[in-house]
Ligand binder design. Structure first.
Ligand SMILES: [Zn+2]
Ligand SMILES: [Zn+2]
Length: 334
């Protein structure tokens, strides 16, 4: 597929899609059936359905009965950690291998024309974005996310939180399962916006932003504090009456779902005649410009409401620069 039919490439080799980014089609005004159908399709397919399937797999094959999770011990927590490591390695590794090592589509549809392996930098451990990001994901973020998952599952097993059963409240739990990606979006916006404030950015979130040209391994490359806040989305199950499966689903949306904004390509080649949209552009713009698009605004137009939306257009650029100027003037005046 010729990417120049769908966007433009500048002299540096960076590719920009034509048109503007949509946000939260559900709330677009005036309401339109076609837009609502497009929102439902984007909300479910392909990512959230995939994470629901992986959560089901973990629920059936990795986790023991809820009764067995009453005691912590080593067996089930270590099995869960091993499964999360293996899952992350193969899931992220598959994207890395196909699009960054084998380069099945070279830099077609790639926002940043360069590949991270071509750009050694002192900001990364071993001067390599790939090695740095992999070590942080594997040895920091996955263990922290798993520890939170274990604590919340243990709390359910011991009756410390309200346990809702599928047989008694199937409709409520089905609605909660459908709402889980939206909960993740709001949680992520809130912690992400907070992490961009002063010292928290300097000491914590800047680790993630070292990757200005993000690739799959960048997705979970985080400072430990950020990893705890990020996977802390599962802690909502301590206050919302729910079921431990939803804990696993939330962890999978956060853990595997982090790849969505960091793929680096707008379209992913699946076969000679088929490609799929990555939904990566909003978060790519966040890595490029820092103070825009704190969430991907799939369900709620949060960045529009809080004045930080960038739709990828020249007009979006102009509004962003105006905001930056205004902020600079405000800071200079104090
Ligand atoms: Zn990111
Ligand atoms: Zn950020």
């Amino acid at each position: 597929m010729d990417d120049l039919q769908f966007g433009k490439r500048n002299k540096r080799g960076d590719w920009v899609p034509n048109g503007v980014l949509d946000s939260a089609l559900l709330w677009a005004w005036p309401p339109s059936g076609a837009r609502i159908v497009a929102w439902i399709k984007g909300y479910i397919w392909p990512w959230n359905l995939l994470f629901m399937a992986s959560a089901l797999l973990w629920w059936k094959l990795v986790l023991p009965d809820v009764a067995a999770m009453r005691t912590l011990g080593w067996t089930w927590p270590l099995k869960l950690l091993a499964a999360n490591w293996v899952g992350m390695f193969f899931f992220y590794g598959a994207f890395e291998l196909r699009y960054y090592v084998s380069r099945v589509q070279d830099n077609r549809f790639k926002y940043n024309g360069k590949f991270p392996s071509e750009q050694p930098s002192d900001v990364f451990w071993f001067k390599s974005q790939n090695i740095d990001n992999f070590i942080r994901s594997f040895f920091v973020s996955v263990p922290i996310g798993t520890a939170i998952e274990i604590c919340v599952l243990w709390s359910f097993a011991n009756g410390h939180v309200t346990f809702v059963s599928w047989s008694e409240h199937p409709v409520y739990l089905a609605c909660l399962t459908l709402f889980a990606p939206a909960l993740h979006e709001v949680h992520f916006f809130a912690i992400h916006r907070t992490l961009h404030g002063g010292p928290l950015y300097r000491f914590v979130h800047s680790v993630h932003h070292n990757s200005t040209n993000p690739s799959p391994w960048s997705s979970m490359s985080m400072h430990p504090v950020e990893a705890a806040l990020y996977f802390g989305v599962a802690l909502w199950c301590l206050v919302i009456p729910s079921h431990p499966f939803i804990v696993v689903y939330l962890i999978h949306i956060a853990g595997f779902g982090a790849i969505v904004g960091h793929i680096g390509f707008d379209q992913l080649r699946v076969s000679d005649s088929m490609s799929m949209s990555s939904h990566a552009y909003a978060h790519y713009l966040h890595h490029k410009y820092f103070e825009v698009n704190y969430s991907d605004n799939g369900t709620f137009p949060l960045d529009r409401i809080f004045g930080s939306w960038h739709d990828g257009s020249p007009e979006g650029d102009r509004l962003m620069r105006e905001r930056f100027e205004k902020k600079k003037r405000r800071l200079n005046a104090t």
